[in-house]
Each structure stands twice: as C-alpha cells, then as structure tokens.
Write a protein that binds this ligand. Structure first.
Ligand SMILES: [Zn+2]
Ligand SMILES: [Zn+2]
Length: 816
C-alpha cells in the first residue's frame, strides 16, 4: 500500500466528521468510560504540550471504544481570561473577537491531529449559554450561604491589574505574568471552600489508587490540617493598664502543647489589633513605631524571605501554667492569617523561635528531652521526646503529653483542642472585563441582592474599549445601572467578574448532557449520574492544587445542592510530563519550540502521535528528538508496505497452529504478545512506548515468514491495537482488508504461547548420553523409538532389558 500521508489523513478526518463517528450513545444501560483531557485555553495556536495531552486522552478513548464501552470524550474551551484583554490592548481588537477566532483556528489544528472528540458537545466557557448557568450556580451557592462578601488585604498584580487567589501566587509572583505580587485592601466575593476542608482532606484517601501520590500530598499540604491547643494569654495587670484597659488577653494556637513549659516569650503579627492600638496611641517610642510600620508594609512573601525581625512591646503576658511573666514581642515571621496572628514561642524546640531568641537574647528553656537529639543550647531540638521541667507533666512522652496538657486546659477552662486549616476561602472577584459578571445587585434599601434567575445571563456589554486601566464594566456609561430585583428601585450592578477557575470547576459536568438540553439546564442529573465520575482525567501537574481542588469542591457543593450525585469528579488522574527540547521546557522566549503544524505538514498526524507516545512514558518528561520523529515515520511506512501480503477477510482467519513452520509460529506469538501488552497497559500504566515496541517486534517477526493467513491475522490484530495511536493509517488498512470489522475486542488465545517441543534427556544405564527435542503431544512409543534412533551409537551390540520413559524428562535404556 502506498503511504500517501495527507490523502489518507484528510480522507479519514472527513469520514469521521461526516459519520459522527465518536458521539457517545444515549443507551445508559451500557458500560461507560468518560475520558477527558483538560480543556485548552484558546491562546492562539496549539503547542507540543497540547499534542501530548490530547494524544494520550485520545488513545485511551479509542481503546475503550474497541473494548465495547460507551465512550464520552469531549473537548471545549476555557475561554475567559486575561490574555484576551492583553491582546485587545496590544492589537486593538475586541477580546471576544480575538477569543473566538483563536478557537476556530485551534479547532482546525486539533482536527488535523485526528482526535476522536465528540463534536456535538463542544462549547466555550465564554458562550452566553454557559455564563447563564455559571451565574445560576453562583446564585445557588449564594442562597446556600456559600458565598459572602468581605474586605481584605488581597494579593494584587499591578501588571494584570487584578486580585489573585493565594493559589495563584507562586513564590510571591503572579502565576500568569510572573510580576511581583503586592497587597491591596479590597472588597470581594468569597466562596466558603473552608466549609469543605475536612471532606476534601478525608476523600483524598479514596483517590489513592487513581491519582499520583505527589498530587495527593500537594493537596493535603495545601489544605494543611493541624490539631492543637488554643488558649488565652492573659496580660499582666501593668500591661492591661498600659493598654488603657482595652485589652486583657489574646488567643494563641500551638500544635505542640507538650512544649508549653518551654515558652519563654510570645509574639504577635505586625497587623495584630494590639499592635495597631499601640501604634495608633503612640504607646511606644517613635523609633519602634517606625519599625513596626515597615514590618506592616511587607507582603507575606517578603516576610517569608526576610530576616527574622522584631522588637519588644514592653508588655508581659502570664504563662497559664507557671503563672510567670512572659515578655511579648512583635515579630515579622508571625502571620496574621494563621492562628489569629499570635504565637507562643518555644526557642528550645522550634527553629524559628530559636533564631529569634538568639538574635534578641531572649531566654531559652528546655522542656523536651530526646536521647538521639541532645539539647545543648546551640540549636533547637524539634523531635518528639519526653517532657522535662514540666511540673506535673514531667516524664510523659510528647504524644501522651499533648493529650494530657489539652485535657488539663479543657478541665480548667483555660483553653481547648482546636483543628486548624491552612486552606483559606476562595476569593473569586476580578476587576476585569473578559469574565463572567458576578450576578449581584447593590440596592440601597435591600442591600446585596442576586439577579433574578429568569434574567440570566447577565451579559457583558460589547461596546467597550480596553485600555488596560481600570475596569471597563465600572467605566461603561450605562451597563451597571439597573433596577433592584426585590424592590424595583434604582440599583447598581456588581462590576466584578468571576475568577475563570469558577468556570473550569464544573465544565466536565456540562459535557455529560446532550447539547439539545443546554438551553434549559446546566446539566441533566440522570446523564451526569451515568457518566460521572470521569474515568480518566489527563492534564498537567501544574493544576495539582488550583483546578483540581476547586473541581473537587464544586462537585461536593453541587451534590449538596442536589444537582448531581458523585462525591469526586475524577476517579483516575494522569499528569503528563513536560515536552522539552535540548533539556529545557519548550517556550517562545527561549526560542526552542517545535510547531506541531510543521510536524503534521511534514510527516502527518500519525507520526506526530506515534513519536510523542513512543518517546517516553506519559508521566515522564519527553525530550524532543528529530531523528526519533523520522524513525516513527519510517515505522509507519514499513507497516503499510506489507499490506499486500494479507488477504481481505471480515474475521480472524482460522489457522492450524501446529501445522505452521517455526517462523510463522514465532510471528503469531509476537503478534499475540503485542495484543496482551495492549490489554495490560490500558489498565492504567499507559506505557505506550512498551506497546509500540511490542508491535515493532511483531512486524519484524511477520516479515521473517510468508504464511498468508498469519499475515492477515497479523494485520487484523496490529491495526486494531495501533489504532489508538496511529488512527488514520489503521482505518485505511482496516478498510482495505477487513471492512473496519476488526475494531472490536479481540480475545487472546493461549495456544500461540505454548512451547511446541520439549527437551528430553536420553540415558543409558542411568548415565546421560545426549538430549533430543520432541514435539509436545508425541506418544510414548514414538518418543522411545526416536530416542532409540538417536542413541544408536550406544545401543549397538547391546541387549535392551528395559525401556523407561519419565514423561517430559527422560528416556532411560537399561542394557547388557
Ligand atoms: Zn500578573
Ligand atoms: Zn431593593
């Protein structure tokens, strides 16, 4: 068969399009597989990371179809967001125009890869019909008490002119543009993800089998549950006086109550209300007040990297157990967001506290003894051990001590056990145009009122100009003026739009529903109950906490609202490795990108797919290699070059294995080994490289023989198992030889794996003389006769007294 790449690929892409070959079936009694690769942001062009992501997902979807599953394999566009506005500023286009033109372009690019997506369930999250239900879900959450408004000091990106969630700040920099993040006091809307913190943590256990452990650990740390003791530090009488009687105590939290006798000072965050009072009323020297103001100006990132700094507040608190005075300090390492912004400091057993105590010459008191890690005053010993210098608790181990100290505090009303989470509520307000408007209205009489659901969507105005300064919804001459849905008076629309992660937190549910229902509902419960959860999700590790945590949160919320039934969105997660070139990540700024369009034009989509799945296991990094691309192309050419050796048939040819020549038997064994490998890797390792290697070996083995039936069987099976990887050429071969009838579940047979001869030892009077190969299934008599012939040399002139055959092992002749 001539391998005319572009003719074959265009032909089948057209065929799939015209025949709706990959639409899911409506029969909900069939067993299903929901295979999903993370949807792309329409940035303009696809890159090699996309090719990898979608080739993996597509292979799994195509394999599942052949195994008889009803398969949902959709694609859409995560199409709101900042780059559209940046492009608008740069190119003087409209964000909407830019976005939808990109979608059209990239849809064609994905088409040219031959991906088996459902065409009828494609949507973009910026489609007004999607916004309608996005906003409805927002209002549902508001009505459930899961949305609230508050003013806070927020992460602010000056370049993007927007607020960022903590999850979007990476090492103090904006996740999108890499600028330094600063802080700004702003009002915004929050989703109560913290209400689900415990369930989000507990359910990670249910994902242990299907998710990479690295992702589970990252989520666990991000949720950051800790158990400990919360108690009050009472101020000394003189200190209360100093604060004009406005404060008498403050709360602290510790995860190490076993070290409480080692407390030698306490420290407050610079933003703590007591500090604010001291500064406001000038109760400290001008010099100290100046320093505190400097500390307050630091962002949390700067605090994290800054030298530990602080100063004495000239205030004392009372140790709750020893009743001794403990000095109170302000310290830049204490975070206002965590544990109330106050800590008890135990320098003997905490590195940070130790460093600070050394710097400011504060007392250091040992209260834990550990034989392996002896305390000598030169460093903090942080391991568990036994409590010492700890009054009635001395002698208890750290773990016993934790429980005993908490119990003592609870029994004496001094404090209580509390569970703390690092996870914060999710701030979703963005001061940008190209997003889903938050569907709320501010009324002077009624306060904050959601838009009526029948008025949704609240659409973006088209007549705006994006200048990069301020929020176009805020400055639009008419858009924000409206009537209150409750009392009908003049009112103002909210001009914030939603974080785009809101849209990507439920898009996988939208796909489960036939698009004919999309006008009426976000998604259909019966359909989502059938399709959810996603059986295999494929995407980059960079989404380990952002998107994957938010989607889990939404799934639980939508379950509690009654919209769907699953607890978790993604049963199995594959995080694919990066595509590198010359050892570093492909990026435009480094100038080391390879354009997928060029590769497809030159070699075809099948070669691009084969290379990318062959070069490395999907979870590992993949280094681009031009020679290997060439090699992939040559293999496909070789694969097509022998098609004429086979004869057309509609089912597997009947082959009498025993009658075949050795080479043909070996070829069959190799073909079935590849089939076996295919079944194995699709159970979840997805090591396509090993499967492709097995297919190459099988093709080589077929080439060493010329039995037509074995060739036909070989093509029947190989074009089946390679179809998920190089679909165009496999459909072409299958169409020519098998009328597309071989894309089905092919059962394994065992006879090809059996060895067909065994070695038998021949012994004379118990002494081994030689060894011979006999066919399996040969009768005892025949074996003995064969042995006699072979051993003739030793049997000449001898009388055989006895012939003994030990099946499968040896023949012994007793002679005289
Ligand atoms: Zn930015
Ligand atoms: Zn009103």
């Amino acid at each position: 068969m001539e391998y005319n790449v572009s003719k074959i690929e265009k032909k089948w892409q057209k065929y799939w399009q015209e025949n709706n070959s990959f639409e899911p079936e409506k029969d909900f009694t069939k067993k299903k597989k929901y295979i999903l690769s993370m949807f792309p942001y329409p940035s303009g062009k696809i890159h090699m990371g996309h090719v990898r992501n979608y080739s993996i997902g597509d292979a799994i979807a195509r394999f599942s179809r052949k195994k008889g599953y009803n398969v949902l394999h959709p694609i859409g566009w995560d199409s709101f967001g900042m780059p559209a506005e940046n492009a608008a500023i740069k190119n003087r286009t409209h964000p909407k125009k830019w976005t939808y033109e990109n979608i059209d372009y990239m849809r064609n690019e994905l088409n040219s890869l031959g991906l088996s997506f459902s065409k009828k369930r494609e949507f973009a999250t910026s489609d007004p019909l999607y916004t309608k239900f996005d906003q409805k879900i927002f209002i549902d959450m508001f009505e459930k008490g899961l949305v609230y408004q508050k003013s806070a000091s927020l992460n602010w990106c000056e370049t993007c002119q927007t607020v960022l969630a903590n999850e979007q700040v990476e090492d103090g920099k904006c996740w999108r543009c890499d600028s330094d993040v600063t802080h700004k006091d702003m009002a915004g809307y929050y989703l109560k993800i913290t209400q689900y913190a415990q369930e989000l943590l507990d359910d990670l256990k249910r994902l242990e089998k299907g998710w990479p452990s690295q992702v589970l650990t990252m989520q666990e740390n991000w949720i950051g549950r800790s158990e400990g003791l919360e108690f009050d530090f009472n101020l000394s009488d003189e200190s209360k006086k100093k604060l004009d009687g406005n404060f008498d105590k403050f709360k602290v939290f510790t995860t190490r109550p076993d070290t409480i006798y080692g407390v030698s000072y306490s420290a407050l965050a610079p933003e703590h209300t007591i500090i604010k009072y001291l500064v406001q009323h000038k109760l400290l020297s001008d010099e100290k007040i100046q320093k505190i103001k400097e500390m307050q100006a630091l962002s949390s990132r700067d605090k994290a990297v800054a030298q530990k700094e602080g100063l004495s507040l000239e205030i004392d608190v009372i140790h709750p157990l020893t009743k001794k005075k403990v000095p109170l300090w302000v310290a830049n390492f204490v975070l206002i967001e965590y544990g109330g912004g106050a800590v008890m400091a135990v320098p003997a057993h905490d590195e940070r506290d130790f460093e600070f105590a050394k710097k400011y010459d504060l007392p250091i008191i040992q209260s834990i003894a550990n034989k392996k890690q002896k305390f000598d005053g030169t460093f903090a010993t942080t391991e568990y051990g036994d409590m010492i210098n700890s009054g009635e608790f001395s002698g208890l181990s750290s773990s016993e001590g934790k429980i005993a100290v908490i119990k003592y505090f609870e029994d004496n009303n001094l404090g209580k056990k509390v569970i703390n989470f690092k996870l914060r509520d999710w701030g979703i307000s963005r001061q940008r145009y190209w997003g889903a408007p938050i569907p709320m209205i501010h009324c002077q009489n009624c306060g904050l009122v959601p838009e009526k659901k029948e008025n949704l969507p609240v659409s973006l105005p088209d007549d705006i100009e994006i200048t990069g300064e301020g929020n176009p919804l805020q400055t639009h001459p008419t858009w924000k003026y409206t009537k209150c849905p409750k009392c009908g008076q003049d009112a103002l629309r909210e001009t914030d739009t939603m974080d785009t992660f809101f849209q990507s937190s439920w898009y996988f549910l939208r796909y489960t529903t036939d698009s004919s229902l999309w006008e009426e509902m976000a998604f259909d419960k019966k359909s989502s109950d059938y399709w959810m959860s996603v059986d295999q999700y494929v995407g980059g590790i960079e989404h380990a906490i952002l998107h994957l945590l938010y989607s889990r949160f939404f799934t639980k919320v939508l379950r509690d609202i009654g919209m769907q039934s699953s607890d978790e969105p993604f049963s199995n997660l594959l995080t694919q490795g990066m595509v590198l070139k010359d050892g570093s990540k492909m990026s435009k700024s480094k100038g080391n990108t390879v354009d997928p369009d060029d590769i497809i034009k030159r070699y075809g989509a099948d070669t691009a797919r084969l290379f990318i799945l062959f070069a490395a296991p999907p979870q590992k990094e993949l280094d681009w290699n031009d020679n290997a691309v060439e090699g992939a192309f040559k293999f496909i050419k070789r694969f097509t070059s022998k098609v004429e050796m086979a004869t057309p048939c509609e089912e597997l040819p009947k082959i009498e294995h025993k009658k075949l020549l050795k080479e043909s038997k070996y070829a069959r064994k190799k073909v079935y080994e590849a089939l076996k490998k295919s079944n194995e890797i699709f159970k979840g390792t997805y090591t396509f490289n090993t499967l492709i290697a097995a297919c190459m070996e099988a093709l080589n083995a077929l080439n060493q023989q010329n039995d037509v039936a074995v060739w036909s069987e070989g093509y029947f099976i190989l074009s089946n198992i390679l179809e998920p990887i190089i679909p165009h050429v496999c459909w072409e071969i299958s169409d020519r030889l098998f009328g597309l009838k071989n894309f089905t579940n092919i059962p394994l047979i065992q006879e090809v794996f059996k060895e067909d001869s065994i070695a038998i030892a021949i012994t004379i009077n118990g002494k081994k003389r030689l060894q011979t190969e006999v066919d399996i299934g040969l009768e005892k008599e025949d074996i003995i006769n064969k042995a006699k012939e072979q051993a003739q040399k030793w049997l000449e002139d001898k009388i055989i007294i006895k012939e003994i055959y030990v099946p499968g092992k040896l023949v012994n002749f007793v002679v005289k």
